[in-house]
Design a binder for this molecule. Structure first.
Ligand SMILES: [Zn+2]
Length: 346
């Protein structure tokens, strides 16, 4: 099914033809059900109404973009600059990585990772796609909530938190510093395959010590006690009108991207199919240390980018530089990302 979505453009029409009626079937996420996003605690009518609160202007930490009738708002969670670790790319040398950084006018031996969740507003429902790193005492990241406030979006007005995969930079923002839910009225949608992998005790016991083992523990910490809010979703089934998840595995076993279609417009929300484009869009054959299955991730990446180039589709990347939107074109053995032109008003 994944292959069908990636390789067959007519498949997208088929997905659209499903319409919201199918997505509304029993067991479908609550986004599809009549549900008011307002709450008594919402700070103002403007804060609880997507239509009323979407400002016409952009801000330094948020950026609105129309996709047909839908609005996507990139909201940055911040950026971390870290020394370039050995093994950051498994199959490229430090010299090769530094050369790629230099071509992007980024300093050598240093990596800046950026984190950009996105709110998609469709038919008056607000869907937050991934949550960022959560509170950070150092202040480099954890800016999702203040930037969301600057964009006029009350966390209480988020109807759905939709997660693409379970790495900490995508799920930790579900919780505030005190452990309370940051989006108290939201249903949490998780990829069924991702849930199955990380919640399996056998997989956890077999995981090597280090980052993967830590991720098992972190996933269980973040989701603890939230069973009633969590709905597992399936690939290739529409979650909201025009918003369809599909498998892009390799980065993690259940890693998921999303296609958003409205009218004649389309946005491909790639999540972590590539990390920073200066390294991994330019060099799709590079296997990032945090791609759990490097060869699989590369196969997914090449297939998705070949399709995106052919379709000239706009792409959103969680780790693209803000505002995380651009088009890809073929360039030698890799690709090149062309950021969208900044539009000062929505
Ligand atoms: Zn990530």
């Amino acid at each position: 099914m994944t292959k069908a979505v990636l390789d067959d453009p007519t498949r997208r029409g088929a997905l659209l033809a499903l319409g919201s009626g199918v997505a509304l079937a029993a067991g479908a996420p609550a986004i599809a059900q009549a549900q008011t996003s307002s709450s008594p605690a919402a700070s103002s009518p403007a804060a609880s109404s997507p239509a009323a609160s979407a400002p016409a202007r952009q801000g330094p930490g948020f950026y609105h973009h129309k996709v047909g009738d839908a609005t996507v708002t990139t909201i940055t969670d911040g950026a971390r600059t870290i020394p370039l670790a050995d093994g950051f790319v498994r199959n490229a040398s430090r010299d090769q990585i530094n050369a790629a950084l230099g071509q992007a006018f980024m300093p050598a031996n240093t990596m800046t990772l950026v984190y950009n969740p996105m709110v998609v507003t469709i038919a008056d429902k607000r869907i937050l796609i991934d949550t960022g790193n959560g509170p950070d005492p150092k202040g480099a990241v954890g800016h999702l909530l203040p930037n969301m406030a600057a964009a006029g979006i009350d966390p209480k007005s988020i109807d759905v938190v939709l997660l693409t995969h379970f790495h900490g930079d995508h799920v930790n923002g579900l919780l505030n510093a005190d452990g309370a839910l940051a989006f108290p009225n939201a249903e949490i949608l998780v990829p069924a395959a991702e849930w199955a992998f990380w919640m399996d005790d056998g997989n956890m016991s077999r995981a090597p010590e280090g980052g993967v083992k830590q991720t098992f523990g972190n996933v269980r910490r973040v989701f603890k006690g939230q069973d009633s809010r969590i709905t597992q979703y399936q690939w290739d089934k529409e979650l909201a009108p025009g918003l369809t998840p599909f498998a892009t595995t390799g980065h993690t076993p259940g890693h998921t991207s999303l296609s958003l279609e409205s009218g004649n417009a389309r946005l491909l929300i790639q999540a972590d199919v590539t990390n920073h484009p200066a390294l991994f869009v330019r060099n799709p054959g590079w296997h990032a240390g945090f791609d759990m299955d490097g060869p699989k991730a590369e196969e997914t990446r090449r297939r998705l980018y070949d399709r995106a180039v052919a379709d000239k589709v706009l792409i959103a990347g969680f780790h693209y530089p803000f505002p995380s939107l651009g088009h890809a074109e073929k360039d030698g053995s890799g690709y090149r990302l062309v950021p969208i032109a900044w539009n000062p008003v929505l």
